[in-house]
Design a protein around this ligand. Sequence first.
Ligand SMILES: C[S@@+](CC[C@H](N)C(=O)[O-])C[C@H]1O[C@@H](n2cnc3c(N)ncnc32)[C@H](O)[C@@H]1O
Length: 326
Amino acid sequence: MQNSFADFEDAPHAFAPIVAAARVAPVFRTSEKVVNYGKPKGRTMTKTQDDYAYAIGDAPFSREEMIAALDEFAELYEKRPIKDNHGGMLSPHMFPLWFATRRLKPKAVVESGVFKGQSTWLIEQAAPEAKIYCIDPELDRVEYRSERAMYLSEDFSRHDWTDLPAEDTLLFFDDHQNAYDRLKAAAWFGFKKIIFEDNYPLGQGNCYSIKHALSKADPQFAELAKTFKPEHNVAWWKRLLGLDKHVPSYEPTVEPETDAKYLRRNLAVYYEFPPVVKLDRNRWGDPWNESYPTPAPLLEGTPDGARKIYEEEAASYTWMAYIELR
Ligand SMILES: C[S@@+](CC[C@H](N)C(=O)[O-])C[C@H]1O[C@@H](n2cnc3c(N)ncnc32)[C@H](O)[C@@H]1O
């Protein structure tokens, strides 16, 4: 990669507004594979199967490899620089980010949504050779600063990324923005590999997620989508009252069916990381019913020893997803 940090400082914010991203020509492919996690292939979902999740294509990770890495991660996580990271990432997100980054070996990582810097530290551990670009409009909150990272306060869509090795760069979004728009921008810049931390299910979350887009267009969820009212969502009210300035939109970009169609056309891989441990209830205190399609957990029962952390922080699970664009 030729890009240096100095290049970045000098780079004009050459890319025009994200509107340009809408012009991305979709790649037409007919082969698409949608499978169920934890279910024999080909078995269709019914509303009583609560471990269903969407998947497109083959992710370069297996459950067995993830399970085998749990102890190593727990040991590393002990050394995290920020002990109280509530409001940011905990082990349900930190583990899959570390696992995937290590596996993908990116030459560069762009992290959007830094908060105190815990995930930056993790990216450093998982990709010791990678250049790191950290974006957050509120960089004064950063407690852990990486010497290997460049810190940027302008939005991801407003940088010149042309010198980055697009195919060898991992984008990590934990910024509560419209994920569908983020994908379009990523495609426009030529990036392929993307992780979304906040991939909330229908009716939850404070930003339009890829899971929202896929669920809204699914006949299995038609009923749920119809009864979903944004005003039942706390985030919607916060936004209305101006209490959450980070909330951009909960609305579909076009129509749910259209968004889902374009996702299926443009995604080679969509993979929801499974929870390590599943508590009786999810982060909103709801039972794991048909409203919350979720992959089966990596661990059954009550973990002990170093693995206890996975149970202690399990409530913060967010259906984090790995995506590869065609
Ligand atoms: C949940 S926190 C990120 C947590 C962090 N990844 C960690 O390791 O704990 C979300 C962050 O997104 C930031 N944010 C809001 N709008 C953003 C934007 N347009 N681009 C990048 N970051 C943004 C917020 O300032 C906040 O720090």
